[in-house]
Design a binder for this molecule. Structure first.
Ligand code: ADP
Length: 191
């Protein structure tokens, strides 16, 4: 099982590139953001709780998302590869992921860090907000808070993987195809 973390700030292109990677490699994909939005749409209790945080641009509590990953792994033990998109977002989530994967005798192979400057992120998210229907994409304060949460709580996750020699920086500015080609090069090097 080849485990790939696609990483980067909100609006860096993780979702778009994950879709391309799934098509090319036939990997499975888990996006905690998508799963949380599904919980909200289907009016579950978990969705109700998540919404309180997401609408403010805050992270959802670790135990909620860790539980989601746990049940995903349980159902995908035979996967040839998994793309983790939007997870881990805190160092505690990274530690939990390591433990969960260890119970399947596997680990994260690579973290792909999509680098995009902050002013470009805000522009992209506001643009996406015109059509995404995501309330957290339409409000400038929420967007600013998501980027602040990223800088404070999520960036340290990179150090966790850098210490294991697994972090690869990818320029997230350019055409989707160009960025995709660079992601593929990095994946092919660990395959
Ligand atoms: P983006 O990367 O554009 O912020 P996501 O769909 O990945 O979009 O995340 C949307 C929101 O969902 C986040 O702002 C956060 O509130 C919540 N969320 C998603 N993944 C996690 C996670 N791993 N830990 C905590 N909160 C999360």
């Amino acid at each position: 099982m080849l485990n790939i973390v696609i990483f980067g700030p909100p609006g860096s292109g993780k979702g778009t590139q994950s879709e391309n990677l799934i098509k090319k490699y036939g990997f499975d994909h888990i996006s905690t953001g998508d799963l949380l939005r599904h919980e909200i749409e289907t009016n579950t209790q978990l969705g109700y709780l998540a919404k309180q945080h997401m609408d403010k641009g805050e992270l959802v509590p670790d135990e909620v998302v860790i539980g989601m990953i746990d049940s995903f792994l349980d159902k995908n033990v035979k996967s040839k590869g998994v793309i983790f998109d939007g997870f881990p977002r805190t160092t505690d989530q990274a530690k939990a992921l390591k433990e969960m994967l260890a119970s399947y005798d596997t680990d994260v192979a690579i973290l792909l860090d999509l680098e995009v400057p902050e002013d470009e992120l805000t522009k992209r998210i506001l643009e996406r907000g015109k059509t995404s229907g995501r309330t957290d994409d339409a409000n400038i304060e929420t967007i600013k808070n998501r980027i602040a949460e990223y800088n404070k709580k999520t960036k340290p996750v990179m150090d966790f993987y850098a210490a294991e020699g697994k972090k690869v920086v990818i320029n997230g500015v350019g055409s989707v195809d160009e960025i995709f080609a660079n992601l593929c090069k990095a994946i092919d090097a660990v395959k």
